[in-house]
Design a protein around this ligand. Structure first.
Ligand code: HEC
Length: 187
C-alpha cells in the first residue's frame, strides 16, 4: 500500500512532465500500432459485394469459428492479424439487425464498433505513459480485464463490450518490441 503524501515540488514536476507527455502523444502518428479488427475487416471486405458484407456483420461465431469462416479471404493477413480480427468479431458481431441491413463495403468504417487499437489509443495514454501501462505489458485476456478493477481505473468510460474488445486485442498484440515503438513514446 502507498501512503498518501503532501503535494509538493516533486508532484508539480511530475504534473508538468505528464502534461508534456500527453502533448507529445497527441501529435504522434499511430501507424506503428498493430491493426485492430475494425480496420482489418474493412480491408478484407473493401471490394466485397453488399450481400457478403451483410452476411459477415449478421453472423455470430466464436473466435475459432471466425478464423475458419474467414480463412478463404485471409490471404495477405498474418496469423496475428487473423487472430486479432477473429477476436474482434467474436465480441462485436452480429451488429443490430437494422444496422446490418444497410451494411456495405463503404459504410463499414462508420458502422463498426471501435477496435482494440482505437480503444487503447483513446483511453490509456491520458494519465500515464502508454508504454508502461500498455505497449510494454504482457498479459492474457484475464490479466488485461483485471486492469479495470484497480480503483484508479474504475472511472474509465468503456462499455463491457469495449473492455472485452480491448482485452482481446491487447492479449494478442502486446507487448510490442521496444524498437517498434517511436522513440518519443518509449518512456
Ligand atoms: C484516469 C486516469 C487513468 C487512465 C485513463 C488509465 N490509467 Fe492506468 N493507471 C492510472 C493510475 C493513477 C495508475 C497508478 C500509477 C502507479 O502505479 O503509480 C495506473 C496504473 C496502470 C498500470 C500499472 C498498475 C496495474 O493496474 O497493473 C497499468 C498496467 C495501467 N495503468 C494500464 C492502463 C490501461 C491499459 C489503460 C486504458 C484502458 C489505462 N491504464 C488508463 C490511471 C489511469
Amino acid at each position: 500500500m502507498r501512503t498518501p503524501r503532501k503535494a509538493g515540488r516533486a508532484e508539480l514536476v511530475v504534473l508538468v512532465l505528464l502534461v508534456s507527455m500527453v502533448a507529445a502523444f497527441a501529435q504522434t502518428d499511430h501507424s506503428f500500432m498493430p491493426k485492430g479488427g475494425n480496420v482489418l475487416l474493412q480491408q478484407m471486405f473493401a471490394k466485397a459485394p453488399d450481400a457478403d458484407v451483410h452476411a459477415v456483420v449478421s453472423a455470430k461465431h466464436t473466435a475459432a469459428e471466425w478464423q475458419d469462416v474467414l480463412r478463404p479471404r485471409s490471404e495477405g493477413l498474418s496469423d496475428q492479424e487473423q487472430r486479432t480480427l477473429a477476436a474482434y468479431l467474436a465480441t462485436n458481431m452480429p451488429l443490430p439487425t437494422d444496422t446490418a441491413a444497410h451494411a456495405n463495403a463503404a459504410s463499414l468504417s462508420t458502422i463498426l464498433p471501435p477496435d482494440g487499437d482505437e480503444l487503447a489509443w483513446n483511453h490509456c495514454g491520458s494519465c500515464h505513459s502508454l508504454f508502461t501501462g500498455y505497449l510494454g505489458q504482457s498479459r492474457d485476456v484475464t490479466g488485461w480485464h483485471n486492469i479495470f478493477l484497480s480503483p484508479f481505473h474504475r472511472g474509465i468510460k468503456m462499455t463491457e463490450q469495449e473492455r472485452d474488445t480491448f482485452a482481446g486485442y491487447a492479449a494478442i498484440n502486446m507487448p510490442l518490441p521496444r524498437e517498434k515503438v517511436p522513440e518519443d513514446l518509449r518512456f
